[in-house]
Ligand binder design. Structure first.
Ligand code: ADP
Ligand code: MG
Length: 322
């Protein structure tokens, strides 16, 4: 059974003529134990998609216009407040980019983790469990660290605390939204390795949100590439990285630095993600696309199966490029 199944999700901010579509016709799925990378430039709608999984977007202004989100067998968009409380933490936990701003600065680490434990596993809300969690996420001297305040920890250690808090409720799905973007490269690698170990140990699924395809290559089984509120390509990581189909994916891959590769050959993608009110007609990517055909300006492409099982692409010309 799928743990997460999003079908045709369409949501907008605001109402009437001022409504701005933020996510359109988005379908994504995730099996138990699987790691899915959701990749795209900043502003493409990744965080909004992530927050909608537990209906965490303030609504209004967010309005769900179409589609369905099923999480652990429950229909999220029609769930009762009680069912939503059970899903949040109990089924899905989040780790965000800025650990410093997600932790409460005036509470000791132990107090914060115990609070999460009290909500989800009250019988385990004691210091030994806090220490076990901190140990599990690789925090040295956890007996001492648990009595400290967030500002006494480095960014990497704060992110480990956030992961410990996310794990405290034993979620089936961990949503990690740019979890390493604010950290040094060496710390990034350690955090990724930790997430990989935890997913294996607990059979936990991970939705890894990032603008960095390199992280996806390291951690994810499958990848979904997002552009201007839509998924433009999905598939198994090795296949997509080896033979990207959508012109946007190709350009994203060319902009990832690789060891031993000629620096001059790194290409930036011209232009930028259109802001919501300015999404162009036809294919949303056509103004930046090196392969755009005349009809790409008028006809909006749909997601089609392509190349192999489990792959889709939102570009009718994808298989004609070499
Ligand atoms: P990403 O995470 O891919 O960088 P986001 O999901 O944060 O992108 O945002 C996608 C778009 O939705 C952005 O253009 C952003 O300005 C817009 N957006 C996000 N939150 C709101 C909001 N509360 N009201 C209006 N627009 C919003
Ligand atoms: Mg984001």
């Amino acid at each position: 059974m799928l743990l997460l199944d999003i079908r045709d999700l369409t949501l907008a901010f605001g109402t009437g003529p001022n409504a701005m579509p933020a996510v359109e016709g988005l379908s994504l799925s995730l099996s138990q134990g699987e790691t899915l990378g959701l990749v795209g430039e900043s502003g493409s709608g990744k965080s909004i998609t992530a927050l909608s999984i537990a209906r965490l977007l303030p609504s209004p202004p967010a309005r769900y216009l179409r589609g369905q989100i099923r999480l652990d067998g429950r229909d999220v968009l029609t769930a009762t407040p009680r069912s939503l409380r059970e899903l949040r933490g109990g089924v899905v936990s989040y780790v965000f980019q800025e650990p410093g701003s997600s932790l409460n600065p005036v509470l000791r680490i132990e107090t914060q983790i115990r609070e999460t434990l009290r909500q989800h596993r009250p019988q385990a809300a004691d210091r030994p469990e806090v220490i076990r969690l901190l140990e599990r996420v690789g925090i040295p001297a956890p007996e001492r660290r648990c009595r400290e305040y967030p500002h006494q920890l480095s960014g990497g250690m704060q992110q480990r605390v956030m992961i410990a808090m996310a794990l405290a409720s034993r979620p089936k799905l961990l949503v990690a939204d740019e979890p390493t973007t604010a950290l040094d490269v060496t710390i990034q690698a350690q955090i990724l390795e930790l997430l990989d170990d935890l997913s294996e140990e607990f059979g936990m699924s991970i939705l890894l949100i990032t603008h960095n395809l390199g992280l996806v290559a390291q951690l994810a089984d499958r990848v979904a590439i997002m552009y201007a509120g839509q998924i433009v390509e999905t598939g198994p990581v090795p296949e997509v990285l080896r033979s990207p189909l959508h012109p946007y994916t190709r350009l994203l891959l060319n902009s990832v630095p690789q060891l031993g590769k000629d620096r001059a050959r790194l290409t930036a993608i011209p232009g930028s993600v259109p802001s919501l009110p300015n999404v162009p007609p036809g294919c949303r990517f056509h103004p930046r696309c090196p392969h755009a055909q005349p009809d790409c300006r008028q006809i909006e492409p749909v997601e089609l199966p392509a190349a192999s099982l489990n792959r889709t692409v939102r570009c009718p010309y994808a298989l004609t490029f070499t």
